[in-house]
Design a protein around this ligand. Structure first.
Ligand code: SAM
Length: 232
């Protein structure tokens, strides 16, 4: 998979993709990440990518031309044409199901806004979809793009082992069961006996029950969705 990110602040990504699983995934050539500096596509001699809003109002708006040029250049350089996704608080809320869908793409282009927002023509004529990472406003689309890239990369076959993905929160419409590791006892706090029993069937049942109860208590909305959609 190729993940292209277009941003006016490419320096923000420097260390994030060079650690842990994401670094290993790149080393194994399971994913390629390309950060594109939006300012390289500006016609302005000062490399500006924003301007005052028509009609007045607070803040600056990102100009359309650099985004159109960046996408055209990327699509030409890295075929097949990647899906163009705008980071936007007005977009579809990101979910694990959405990520699963995106993980099937060969090539995606994530556009990061900044300032007061982006010229509406980008939204209307360039972008295939808009994604929000939550009902709050961030300074820019860089953190949302990192969130999407990180969450997507873990879903690429070969990056993690399949069983850890299958049992994770949201993968089956439930939160994950509680996890324990050594030591068995720490300052009077004990690991549940059943996990030490070696009885795999009992452990499986215990975990299923804990996952269900935890979901019921913390995220009953997930159980509701499960009923409606029949997701398992
Ligand atoms: C300060 S925000 C602009 C918000 C815009 N004025 C509005 O009210 O919808 C600047 C940029 O950050 C990104 N952004 C901010 N919050 C986001 C969120 N929750 N999810 C995804 N992107 C977000 C978007 O790319 C957005 O264009």
């Amino acid at each position: 998979m190729l993940i292209n990110i277009v941003s006016a602040f490419p320096g923000l990504f420097q260390s994030v993709f060079d650690e842990s699983m994401i670094k290993i995934a790149q080393e194994k050539d399971l994913v390629r990440i390309r950060i594109h500096d939006l300012r390289d596509f500006s016609d302005d001699r000062h490399r500006r990518v924003d301007d005052y809003p028509y009609g007045g109002g607070a803040g600056m708006v990102m100009k359309p031309e650099p985004f159109f040029k960046a996408v055209k250049t990327i699509q030409k350089k890295y075929p097949p044409k990647g899906k163009v996704i705008l980071m936007s608080p007005q977009g579809l809320l990101l979910t694990q199901n959405k990520l699963k869908e995106l993980s099937k793409e060969k090539n995606i282009i994530l556009l990061c806004g900044h300032y007061e927002g982006i010229d509406e023509r980008v939204r209307k004529y360039l972008v295939d979809e808009e994604i929000s990472i939550g009902d709050y406003i961030l300074t820019g689309g860089e953190i949302p793009a990192m969130v999407i890239a990180d969450a997507l990369i873990r879903l690429i076959p070969g990056v993690l082992n399949v069983s850890s993905l299958e049992e994770e929160s949201f993968s089956k419409g439930l939160l994950e069961y509680p996890q324990f590791t050594r030591p068995r006892e720490y300052e009077g706090m004990h690991v549940p006996e059943i996990l030490l029993s070696g009885d795999h069937e009992k452990i499986r049942k215990w975990r299923a029950e804990k996952a269900f109860k935890r979901t019921l208590k913390r995220r009953p909305d997930l159980l509701q969705n499960k009923k409606i959609t029949g997701n398992t």
